[in-house]
Design a protein around this ligand. Sequence first.
Ligand SMILES: [Ca+2]
Length: 208
Amino acid sequence: MIRRLLASAALVVAALPSWAGTGVFGSYLAIDPDGPGAAAATWYGATQPGPATLTAFNGVNLGTFVLGSTATIAGGELLSWKNGTGNVTGGVLHWRVDSGTFQDLTINFTANSTFVDRAGNTFSNTGDQRWAALASTSTNFLAGVAAGAHTLQVYFTAFTNEGNRDSGSVTAPFSANFTVTSAVPEPGSAALLLAGMGLIAFRRRQWR
Ligand SMILES: [Ca+2]
């Protein structure tokens, strides 16, 4: 009987919720407007846990790019917290151009607290973690993108032993605007160029 009671008590204890806790509290990404070219990447804030010292990615205009050129997602950073038996096991930056399926870029672990984040904030709570090692910094988000107006949308996920923890979401991503212009000359300017070349050829014949 006593053994039975003890077994029941053990079951009750096992069924009680643990005091685990996990979450994300910050996210950033960097855009390099010419990929491996000379221009530097710019960091933007998605969820900024400190003063908003970085330009917000959501709603920003990333500028105009020539069709077929390269612009990369050059950096990503995710800040997570954990308590008790909670554990964060990985990070991802999801991205897409316009609508369609999000693609994943892994963000690997960088540091336990105490650390300084991308925006210069110091975090020292036990369990705070910084994920800032983007698995690939050469993802060209202009690849296959036609001339016109577009959006680059992102959100972040920390994988935990309690399920996914998001910054932004698949239904409410952070969204920036950009424009792609055609590299082919306009029909009008092409005709003008041909006319100019014809004039030069005509004058050369006259000089002979
Ligand atoms: Ca560059």
